[in-house]
Design a protein. Structure first.
Ligand SMILES: Nc1ncnc2c1ncn2[C@@H]1O[C@H](COP(=O)(O)OP(=O)(O)O)[C@@H](O)[C@H]1O
Ligand SMILES: [Mg+2]
Lengths: 234, 743, 81, 81
């Protein structure tokens, strides 16, 4: 199975996603430069974290115009699994592949720390290996991860079960203190209506080896491997 | 050239005379500007060079010593570690966010210029007292600036230190350390050679920013400094990220002869230094330099310190390869000149020569001063410490909590959680838990780093302060289980034209040199920042040592935390410390006095070797050295954040004078060469035997477990605190100054 | 032609920056400032032969890039108009 | 009273954001936008009895908090004035 890791100028978690896919999971992985116009037969597309275009103007705002994004959109429209992590999530929102927007963290400071998120839905290619209610310990590292959407959109996301990850305490309970950035409804990750495009602020690729303090991110990447294996894609 | 112009360029009469001799004529204004920056303290090290020669720079692992953009040491597996520390003190005082950000940008360029991929950043910061709102704004801006740049470019900031003392109120210190890894055979150099080879400029356009930044860093501040501000440099981490990737990629082509960043003194320094290293001449035409502002003069272009710019020498005939790589990254390499055989730095403007200087005399002929030194008068007075005149502490438990909450000791989480310390997925020890540790993917090894320097010790005893700084940084690295293999240093001092400051400098350098020799840690480079004074008030003399350690087996890494209940706690080294220069004296009595405990370098070396040896053989579960706050603070630091592992220890009855402070010395006294370790009960005897073999005093003093921290002396409990109150004091000590509600 | 684009968060969107500023101002004794909303301000130099043309270029650019319609709205001014 | 503060980088200060936006616009086909400078825009609701009073409060606040005098300058408008 082949992971395509899209590299925008300023992406900086591209190597981390590549390493997790290739060296931890033992899958194929390939970098795709943002000016490329071909996903080269990828089975999964990863938009990695970082600061595409320096995060200037708004996070993800400029990257969404990169040539490769037209292919990513086609791939997503055809049902291919796409995951946007941190800055990649921001790009997917700007591109309209996911709904909502990300504002500055409520206390404005960049935050790098481990948080807990609850898996809210297990019928996406990136959560199918997890149980609903499972709590994952994952790192965040962002200054603008405060999820926002208008009330109707949030209601629709909830009704359609498109909220995939929610910040929570270690025991899975909800509390304002467990919400690191002020996200509406403690939303840490969402999917599209087709459920094949997922975006989240925490970094599962940073939590794939015990020496790094957590292996809870593995389930996200392993899910897509088994999801694709089940459909016979690779 | 009229006298006021010469004076405005900071050249002394002798220096100007020397310039006239070199040129054999009056300089043009552009030439005067070039000499003035190249001969500034910042670029020429004219006051410090003589002393720096005493630092040991050789060792079996040294691949590159001082003289290049950064030093390098061999780390096995065909790899080298390239590292350096640099100051950005003056710019950070003027504009904290941008000053600190561009400091990070500058040191990163020094590393990738050498062909190394930067993998870790650390910083060492000093500010005035936190109760001053102006200081808090500075801290806030500096931390945000470091975060803004490092996070964006994607290099983890894995450690550092921050301290607060009134002496830094008018002159904060911002020292940034960066380390990169390169293949041993791919070390790039800042060197020009090959007559006719093209000179390329790449990166941001040149503006009027920071003109005379190097000269500014070579003068002290006064009440009018605000008016002298040159256009402040603004960092563009996005541009630097592109430059970093593109430069590393272009180096792979083999089409480059040399490469150097444009740091202090910009185009002037980079052209002149590269030509000097290759013993060639260089010629550029400033009209080809990409410019951001209209109407810039050759003088301004040569002296601009605009950020994110690189100078490259390509091999003739391979220009297309170079240009192509930069195009891929949307950067445009512009050819601005060529290497010549005549040994001159020649600057043209649309063909017309505006400066022509024999380059060797410019670069290597800078003045060298043996400035007078004189023992500072204050020393005799401040070294006196008569504790009998002080009130004895009433409640040692409360003092313990007060120390845990002192900003110098308290948790730095408010700072480091603003830094992305995990990007690149190599960080094995998170900030706050000990020295920074980063694994080297593809090998079994990890590198460990610590930056340390106690300005208070150095103020009270410069020579000892220098020795202590080396010992502490190396000990921190050894506590992680790593062998210290190299060091870099940043020497922050006041005005070198004052003999007392020069005395501090000379003695500190001697102390560093002696300790590095004894501990066999070569210095591969560094930076000197002088004139850190405002209105005649100098900072504490502050050397910051950045020590790099190599951990052969990354899985053996240790942190400060007690990982479990029922472990044996062993104290390596002597039981009690000294009160001179201690945090206790400052917190409990508001005093900075006495002499810091001296380091016995043989003992220190034995202790560090024991730590590395015992860690390698799996005899240790944690290790943490006794620093500010002494034994009691160290013990608490092994417990806080560990998820509730308390400890109960028993110290021997204190020796020393019976002056009501014997217990205080045991609990809060400071001394080097002391480490608190934990071990499994079944490993205890092996550990003790190992300590004996290394001639390191070791005593089993207690065990981990419970919800409290209890210290007894001679059978009686003398201090006890709950883990939760310890945690709270420690957590809030720094944070409370910045956040009303704790997130 | 000098063209200005103002981008502001929609009224319904929480503005963490604005709120932090109000809080800071209150603690500095500026209680008279009851509310602050932070937005972005762009000065564009547009190559256009008329104010209307400049305005329409700026509006297009604001629509596509400068503002995110999910959270922001914008206003264009040409030469003070 | 609605008061607006515009904060812009001083002309000699480099604006990496503005530059990146211009480059992006160029590659999107908006070469007509020759330059962009990005600034900040604040809408203040000031409790004041006159426009002059509101203006002076806003100016003070801009001086102390909203603008960084080392690299930025600002302008205050009250009700379009
Ligand atoms: N304190 C010091 N100890 C050892 N070497 C030093 C020290 N300070 C400066 N150097 C060396 O002097 C050289 C010039 O330093 P510097 O001007 O800071 O370099 P750059 O301009 O590349 O930043 C470097 O090789 C540096 O390592
Ligand atoms: Mg350099």
């Amino acid at each position: 199975m082949k992971f395509a890791v899209v590299e925008f100028p300023g992406s900086n978690c591209d190597h981390d996603a590549y390493y997790a896919a290739k060296h931890v999971l033992g899958q194929q992985a390939e970098f795709i430069w943002h000016k490329d116009t071909d996903l080269r037969g990828a089975d999964v597309v990863v938009l990695p974290g970082g600061f595409s275009y320096g995060d200037y103007l708004r996070t993800g705002a400029i990257a969404r115009f990169s040539p490769i994004m037209a292919r990513v959109r086609e791939f997503a429209d055809a049902g291919g699994p796409v995951i946007g992590i941190c800055n990649g999530f921001q790009v997917l929102l700007e591109a309209g592949l996911l709904e909502g927007a990300l504002l500055s963290n409520r206390r404005l400071k960049f935050l790098c720390q481990h948080v807990h998120v609850r898996v809210e839905q297990s019928d996406t290619p990136f959560t199918c290996g997890a149980a609903v209610g499972q709590v994952l310990k994952l790192p965040i590292a962002h200054g603008e991860g405060n999820y926002h959407a208008d009330p109707e959109t949030v209601a629709a996301l909830e009704a359609n079960r498109q909220v995939i990850f929610r910040y929570c305490a270690a025991d899975g309970s909800a509390s304002d203190a467990a919400n690191p950035n002020g996200s509406l409804a403690a939303i840490a990750g969402v999917c599209n209506a087709g459920r094949n495009v997922v975006g989240l602020m925490p970094h599962p690729e940073r939590a794939c080896e015990s020496v790094l303090g957590s292996t809870d991110g593995l389930v996200v990447l392993e899910s897509v491997v088994s999801a694709l294996a089940a459909t016979g894609a690779a | 050239m009229d006298q006021s112009t010469i004076d405005a360029h900071g050249l002394s009469a002798d220096e100007y005379q020397r310039l006239l001799e070199i040129l054999g004529r009056e300089p043009t204004i552009t030439e005067l500007g070039i000499f003035s920056v190249m001969w500034s303290e910042h670029c020429s090290y004219k006051s410090s060079r003589l002393h720096l020669r005493r630092l040991p720079t050789e060792g079996a692992r040294v691949v590159q010593g001082p003289g290049e953009n950064a030093g390098a040491v061999d780390i096995g597996d065909g790899l080298i570690a390239v590292f350096k520390i640099e100051s950005h003190n003056h710019p950070s005082f003027i504009e904290p966010y941008q000053g600190a950000a561009t400091g990070v940008g500058g040191i990163i360029r020094d590393i990738f210029t050498m062909g190394a991929r930067p993998i870790a950043l650390l910083n060492s910061l000093r500010f005035g007292a936190l109760d001053d709102p102006a200081t808090r704004r500075l801290v806030d801006g500096v931390v945000a600036g470091i975060a803004g740049y490092g996070n964006s470019i994607g290099i983890p900031t894995v450690g550092g230190e921050i301290a607060f003392e009134p002496s830094y109120a008018g002159n904060p210190l911002v020292n940034v350390f960066c380390l990169g890894v390169a293949k041993a055979d791919q070390l790039a150099k800042g060197l020009a050679s090959g007559t006719g080879n093209p000179v390329y400029y790449v990166g941001a356009k040149t503006g009027r920013d920071g003109i005379h930044g190097a000269t500014m860093a070579s003068a002290e501040f006064d009440g009018h400094s605000a008016d002298k501000r040159p256009a402040v440099q603004v960092g563009d981490p996005f541009m630097e990220k592109l430059l970093l990737e593109a430069c590393l990629e272009v180096m792979q082509t083999g089409a480059l002869v040399g490469i150097q960043d444009m740091g202090a003194a910009g185009l002037t320094c980079s052209t002149s230094e590269m030509a000097a290293r290759g013993d060639v001449g260089i010629e550029i035409d400033v009209s080809r330099v990409p410019q951001r502002e209209a109407g810039m003069t050759p003088y301004e272009i040569m002296l601009s310190e605009s950020q994110e710019r690189m100078l490259l020498i390509a091999r003739r005939g391979r220009e297309a390869e170079v240009e192509q790589v930069f195009e891929k990254w949307d950067l445009h390499a512009v050819r601005i000149g060529e290497v010549t055989g005549d040994g001159r730095l020649r600057v043209r403007d649309r063909g017309v020569v505006v400066a022509e200087i024999p380059n060797r005399q410019l670069a290597d002929g800078a003045p060298l001063y043996d400035r007078p030194t004189e023992r500072p008068a204050y020393l005799t007075e401040v070294q006196q410490l008569d504790v009998t005149a002080l009130p004895a502490p009433a409640d040692l438990s409360q003092t313990w909590l007060d120390l845990l909450g002192a900003p110098v000791i308290a948790s730095k989480r408010w700072v480091y959680r603003q830094y992305d310390h995990m990007v690149r997925t190599n960080t094995l020890v998170l900030p706050g838990l000990g020295a920074g540790v980063v694994r080297i993917k593809g090998t079994s090894r990890a590198l460990t780093f610590s930056v340390d320097g106690n300005g208070r010790y150095c103020y009270l005893d410069p020579g000892e302060g220098g020795r202590l700084a080396v010992a502490e940084a190396a000990r921190n690295v050894a506590c992680a289980g790593a062998v210290p293999i190299g060091a870099t240093n940043c020497l922050n001092f006041g005005n070198p034209e004052r003999p007392e400051i020069m005395w501090q400098f000379a003695h500190t350098v001697d102390g560093i040199a002696e300790a590095c020799r004894a501990l066999e840690i070569p210095i591969t480079g560094g930076n000197v920042s002088l004139y850190n004074e405002t209105d005649g008030q100098a900072i504490y003399p502050t050397p910051v040592l950045g020590v790099v350690g190599l951990l052969e087996d990354a899985t053996r890494v240790l942190t400060r935390m007690f990982p479990a209940d029922s472990l044996e706690i062993v104290l390596l080294g002597e039981a009690a410390g000294e009160l001179g220069g201690s945090e206790y004296l400052k917190v409990a009595h508001g005093l900075v006095r006495g002499r810091p405990a001296a380091v016995d370098l043989d003992r220190e070396r034995a202790l560090q070797r024991l730590l590395v040896d015992a860690a390698r053989d799996g005899l240790l579960r944690s290790a943490h050295d006794c620093a500010e706050g002494g034994f009691a603070v160290t013990l608490a630091e092994c417990s806080v954040e560990s998820g509730g592992v308390g400890a109960r220890v028993e110290l021997p009855a204190p020796a020393g004078p019976d002056d009501r402070f014997a217990l205080v010395r045991a609990l809060f006294g400071e001394a080097p060469s002391r480490v608190v370790v934990s071990a499994l009960p079944e490993e205890r005897d092996r550990l003790l035997a190992r300590a004996r073999a290394f001639s390191v005093p070791a005593s089993v003093i207690g065990h981990t477990g419970g919800e409290r921290l209890t210290i007894s002396v001679a059978g009686a409990v003398v201090a006890a605190i709950g883990l939760d109150e310890a945690e709270q004091a420690w957590d809030n000590g720094l944070t409370r100054h910045f956040e009303t509600a704790v997130a | 032609m000098k063209t200005r684009v103002f981008v502001t968060l929609k009224p319904s969107v929480f503005d963490p920056q604005g709120k932090t500023i109000v809080d800071a101002l209150r603690s500095m004794g500026y209680g008279a400032v009851r509310d602050v909303r932070q937005g972005k301000y762009f000065e564009l130099d547009v190559d256009a032969s008329s104010a209307d043309e400049a305005r329409s270029v700026a509006a297009e650019v604001a629509d596509k890039l400068l503002a995110n319609p999910v959270i922001e709205s914008y206003r264009v001014e040409v030469d003070g108009k």
